[in-house]
Design a protein around this ligand. Sequence first.
Ligand SMILES: NC(=O)c1ccc[n+]([C@@H]2O[C@H](COP(=O)([O-])OP(=O)(O)OC[C@H]3O[C@@H](n4cnc5c(N)ncnc54)[C@H](O)[C@@H]3O)[C@@H](O)[C@H]2O)c1
Length: 458
Amino acid sequence: MNRICVLGLGYIGLPTAALAASSGLKVIGVDIDPEVVRSLGNGRAHIAEPDLDVLLDRVLKNESLIVQTTPCQADIFLVAVPTPITEEKTADLSYVESAIRSVVPVVQKGNLVIVESTIPPGTTEGVVSKILTESGLVIGEDLYVAHCPERVLPGRILEELVNNDRVIGGINRESALAARQFYEEFVRGALFLTNARTAEMVKLVENAYRDVNIAFANELSLMCSHLGVNVWDVIDFANRHPRVNILRPGPGVGGHCIAVDPWFLVEKAPQSTSLIATARSINDLMPEHVVAKVASAVPPGARVACLGASYKADVGDTRESPAIQVIEDLIAKGYVVNVVDPYVSKMNGKSLPLTTLDEALDTAECVVLLVDHSEFKLLDAAKLKEKFANGKLIDTRGIWTRTDGACPFQGIAPKPAKRGLVGVRCSNTQIVDPQVMQNIFGPTDTYLLSTCLESTTR
Ligand SMILES: NC(=O)c1ccc[n+]([C@@H]2O[C@H](COP(=O)([O-])OP(=O)(O)OC[C@H]3O[C@@H](n4cnc5c(N)ncnc54)[C@H](O)[C@@H]3O)[C@@H](O)[C@H]2O)c1
């Protein structure tokens, strides 16, 4: 096993191809987009991901990775093409189908086909294997087929590709084992083997789990807004419960995965996915609530600064971004929108009314924070609150309006936990009273107390 053909050189396929090439495999990267191939041919990645440029530079120069627009013979074919949703909220498998069709003429006996694209349960057997029978090979005997979903976080893709645990679903035992042999070449995380349908479910369930939990946080923020309570305080305090961990609300859910994948479950099991479908709807409606807040603060025609356009902090990916939806809705309603995003230059091919942070804040009548990029966290919250009072500062990510547990009654600070003071063990045999410790270290020197606790309880 030494030649790998990776189909789809996007956020998933390109780092995977580069990593496989750097671990000693011969990799042929294939993308139907000639721009992608041309840019890589010139040694430049078309996606931004930490450390990817350095890795690519090496593997492209030593030709362990070559790129082209059509697949060729190889030992393993790895498919990482898009799986968007249709207007009807069903999986659009046309990219997967066409990628698999493109390898039919070149697959040979003993090859392995791995699908990494996120797909609905039953697709590896019902769609992928079915198309591959057109090669004349016996699936599972002459040609091995597996699904291994990807669960990396943009911004940390290379690191997570190596260190995350992987679930490998084979259409039979031999396929699962063959796929494991491939991932062993560069994955340090644990490799779990199962059947293809389970692996397909695992990926979708992970994203549905996140989506449902975000929907709960978003519903909480709607409730709190209605009831006049600071949602960030409610969440901070509730999360002090040892078994509660509420996520943070926001302007909606974006990205290629969480906003899309739960629909694949709804599509396949509509009768038993009411919670998942409801969560999707709650998250999908969040941009409308943000626009309604702007409308209650300033009338159409007002100048609104929208801070952030990407789907999450510190990345330039705008796919399914709720921020873009807010921006588009505000423009459609007649607001004069200025967008600030240090990571984004265009949205889905269209241009954005981008401006600098200073200019946007100087001229705005209302400010909407849509993405918690690091740059925005550095702004002076007190000044912003003063300048944009009376609901004109809409902070959907809670970076300026959360109080971090501060008491609303003046002059009262939270009392810290007594953990680390009571019953400090000073040696193997002695448990010393905190008063004794304080006599030794002084009344306020808690740093020494906690250091002592740490070193004596190891
Ligand atoms: N981006 C993520 O963070 C992420 C995480 C986990 C899973 N996934 C899943 O991985 C899959 C790929 O996602 P992505 O983000 O890398 O997509 P992407 O859009 O960044 O890249 C896909 C690439 O595939 C190419 N392509 C389309 N049809 C092709 C074909 N027939 N042959 C060769 N190339 C073809 C496109 O030109 C594009 O460059 C999707 O199913 C996605 O849901 C993505």
